[in-house]
Design a protein around this ligand. Sequence first.
Ligand SMILES: C[S@@+](CC[C@H](N)C(=O)[O-])C[C@H]1O[C@@H](n2cnc3c(N)ncnc32)[C@H](O)[C@@H]1O
Length: 270
Amino acid sequence: MRSTSLSNANDYCVSDRTLAAYFETDWSDFFQHKPESLAERPRSLTSSMSSNSSVKAANAILSAIEDYQVRPKSLLEIGPGLGRTLYELCVNLQDIEKVKVFEPSPIFFDHLLRILHGNVKNVPVIKNAQELFYVPFNCRKIVNIFSASSIDLVNSEMKRADLAAYDLVLCLNVLDQCGSPMQLLKDLKNSVRTGGLLCVSCTYQWPSKHLNVGESTIEDLCQCFGSSWEIVDEVELDYSLRLNHRCRYVFDSHLVIVKKLSIQNATSAQ
Ligand SMILES: C[S@@+](CC[C@H](N)C(=O)[O-])C[C@H]1O[C@@H](n2cnc3c(N)ncnc32)[C@H](O)[C@@H]1O
């Protein structure tokens, strides 16, 4: 596994509390509790911390791969956060040989790297409005999965020079959290090989803290793909995130899976 830290950027608005919220929503089934300590656990540690959205996104992508009989060997993910969808795909896609990941947030990058190296012992969970607490985390299964494939993890945004043809490209809930969504979408399209799949999702929020001045936003992802793309599936997913012990935000994430057609197929589809 190779990792490159290039980022001197800000933290992409990820705080310790956001990190705890993402661990809860994405990885709580990997938290380990000893039965004798259950009685003492903080009340905020509930069984409904996970939104399962990342797993559901992975399942939709896996169904599309099966239906379209694609056998991806290479995978690119932009902005994986803590990498739960990536994990689910690598567990289920036996042919994957090469994985490249760009995660610009130093805090997500650092924890993703630790998860993949099996170097996470305790992870933060939200206790109340002010405090976090830590629960043991079992990453043994995760390490076994990732030791099999070659992963290149980069702590930066994708640069134009990094564009390459991948069989499967993922960018989930990133477009409306980045500075230049239209440019990122263009780069994503250019990263997919002919016959490959692009899986992109968005909650269409466009917070001004992320969006660069003068940048255009996207109203409907499905409208962004012309005749050289076939829409394979679109799915609405609940993405819930707890930023306080008794307050949960629920976002509707629109996942669109498209296949890049060969020029010949694209022409005959017109
Ligand atoms: C809302 S989180 C989504 C994380 C994960 N993909 C998921 O669906 O749970 C947004 C992610 O986008 C990343 N991000 C923001 N701008 C980016 C950019 N220009 N290129 C790549 N990733 C970016 C952030 O660091 C963060 O990991």
